[in-house]
Design a protein. Sequence first.
Length: 375
Amino acid sequence: MPSLLKTSCNSCIAAKRRCSRATPKCERCSQRSLDCHYAFPPSHRTNLDWNTGQPVRLPRSTDSYVTDPGVPPQSQPLGIADSVAMQSFDYALLELAGLPGIDDPKFSLLFEFPALAQMRVLDLWPRLDDTRSWSFCAQMLLSFANQFVQTGENPFIGKSGSMSYIVTTAFSVCAAYLARTDATNGMFQRILVAEVCKVATAIPHSSFEQQLAALQALLLYYILMFFGGDAQLRALAEKQEGVLERATIALQSQCLDPSGTPTDRVAECQREAARRAVVISYLLRGINRVLQYKSCHVICDLVNLPVSLRLPLGVHRSGLQSESQIDTREIVTYYEFVQEWENGRLGEIDEFAKLLLVACKGVTEIVPPNAFDTT
């Protein structure tokens, strides 16, 4: 089977860009009016990428088995060592090269991964067979969608008097999820897929606020597809995981822009929401991969993601408020965050911090036995 490099078009290979492998022209060549030639022409696919705006159909399934070649077979799981080795050439990160300001030295942080930190995180990460911990994390993520409907906020979406249209629509979709029945489940799934398509066709957005709203909405949608749907919906989410990845990378580039330094409390809260949304995006994809295939492909990326060391002033344990004040001197990496907890220096933790710690240390280390059920 040809490698990903060989299946990309010649123009994308030469420019070291990620290729959508669409026919007759890939997305990049179409946008730039370039000649698009494949050494190994991609075969026709029934399920086209969501970011092309083309119709998407749910994959065929028989009971719990999904007949979709885009989903790794469960009989051949990858291990942590395999996932780390695969990080040597990350096509998703190449998309950053097309974003403004990529030559700025600050972006080098995204590609740094100290060997000692890598060994430490691999040592901390729970066993891939620790289904109890990973199921707990999945239920926590589902509870964030439920909490958003009940209160208008959750650990990565702050309560605001002027919620964006994208997030408002996501609120409606989550409410429809909670109210669905067996008779309406098919309609709900079609609405969910249609809304993901709408967000996908508009990535990247022009402003930080739009990027943040897009990722927040996609997180809610993918949480429902990964952990709140059936095998068909989960398989479709896995096949189109690149949509969530693109939105995450686009927001990361905005977060690293020094010109966007927050000057008031509302802006500070938005930056904190963005940091949390990015971390949850990586965790969401990693947790699903561990539960389904006993592998994790995001460990190396998680290590250097920024998180707040202290619970921001004015933040509820369950949500993020617009009045929050975040001391930027208290922003550390995920790796350092876990170190602080191990040394007993974290103090009170909110639901977001609990998710980070359970994902890294396991549920038995963080949560009392009688609090295992988060629903």
